[in-house]
Ligand binder design. Structure first.
Ligand code: NAP
Length: 277
């Protein structure tokens, strides 16, 4: 079984660099079984959110896997309505109840909705109380990070954003590195909305052939080699296994440049400066 490399966050906690995402994973047995399968086949990290409506299934999958709590890393997220209505504490308590956990390893502000500074201040307290190990944000642009810094002086441990070769996020990645904020890539394969565009990209395909791997494995390994946390989603056992069989891949400089040159700042998801949910 593989061992996921870890990154050390700016608060000293460690995060496994590869995790299983469960956005759009069907509620019920599907998610429960995918989570249990992943945790019993080498994954140590699951990424869910209140807005995915599957925290209970994730919790059941964790129980089924019979793994020690301290050996797994669970992330969930504070939804926008709860940011806007200053409902952070209650929202976290609800998530913990659904997950059937005493604490989460990482709690993220899902989007920079109005009120995110207040939510952040509340999260700082909840971390001190031990209900969260690490606090972070998601879909924060450089200016949102600057606002948090100016208003609270506390840097997020993680910023989880859309990131793949068509949206390589180099300026944001550089800014995050400057402040020791780990970058985490969502939709590393382009997500359901990309309709396989990245998986069918000829440059990715050529590199996959050279390594005798699949395009999905190339897209995941690229993030690992860049030092980015990556959370591909699948509910299929074969793909869950495929997506973690990537740690032997080492790209040449030429391949890294080819992948980097695919950037066109193209989002498949929403723009954090212009979202309406
Ligand atoms: N913070 C945020 O705002 C935010 C937004 C979006 C996502 N996320 C997180 O990031 C995770 C990943 O992003 P994502 O789910 O949008 O997209 P993704 O991981 O890039 O892509 C998932 C899609 O690719 C398919 N897939 C998985 N492995 C594959 C493989 N080896 N070959 C071909 N297809 C494969 C999946 O289908 P099957 O399931 O059928 O295999 C699914 O349709 C999410 O699950 C969630 O945890 C966070």
């Amino acid at each position: 079984m593989f061992k996921t490399p870890t990154l050390t966050l700016n608060d000293g906690h460690k995060i496994p660099q590869l995790g299983l995402g469960v956005f759009l994973a069907e509620q019920g047995k599907t998610t429960q079984e995918a989570v249990c399968y992943a945790l019993t086949h080498g994954y140590e990290h699951i990424d869910t959110a209140a807005a995915y409506h599957n925290e209970e299934d994730v919790g059941k999958g964790i129980k089924d896997a019979k793994v020690s709590r301290e050996n797994i890393f669970i992330t969930t997220k504070l939804w926008n309505d709860d940011v806007r209505s200053s409902n952070t504490r209650k929202a976290l308590e609800t998530s913990l109840k659904k997950l059937d956990l005493d604490y989460v390893d990482l709690y993220l502000i899902h989007w920079p909705a109005e009120g995110y500074v207040k939510a952040w201040q509340e999260m700082i307290k909840l971390k001190e109380e031990g209900l969260i190990k690490s606090i972070g944000v998601s879909n924060f642009q450089i200016h949102h990070l600057q606002t948090l810094r100016e208003k609270t002086g506390v840097e997020p441990a993680v910023n989880q954003v859309e990131c793949h070769p068509y949206l390589s996020q180099i300026p944001l990645f550089d800014e995050c590195r400057r402040y020791f904020i780990a970058l985490e890539a969502w939709s590393p394969l382009g997500g359901a909305r990309s309709q396989g565009a990245l998986l069918q990209d000829p440059v990715v395909g050529e590199i996959a052939k050279a390594h005798n791997k699949t395009p999905a494995q190339i897209l995941i390994a690229w993030q690992i080699q860049r030092g980015i946390i990556v959370i591909p989603k699948s509910i299929k056992h074969l793909r869950i296994t495929e997506n973690c069989d990537i740690f032997s891949i080492k790209f040449t400089d030429k391949e890294l440049i080819s992948l980097q040159n695919l950037n066109k700042n193209q989002r498949f998801g929403s723009d954090p400066d212009n979202f309406n949910f």
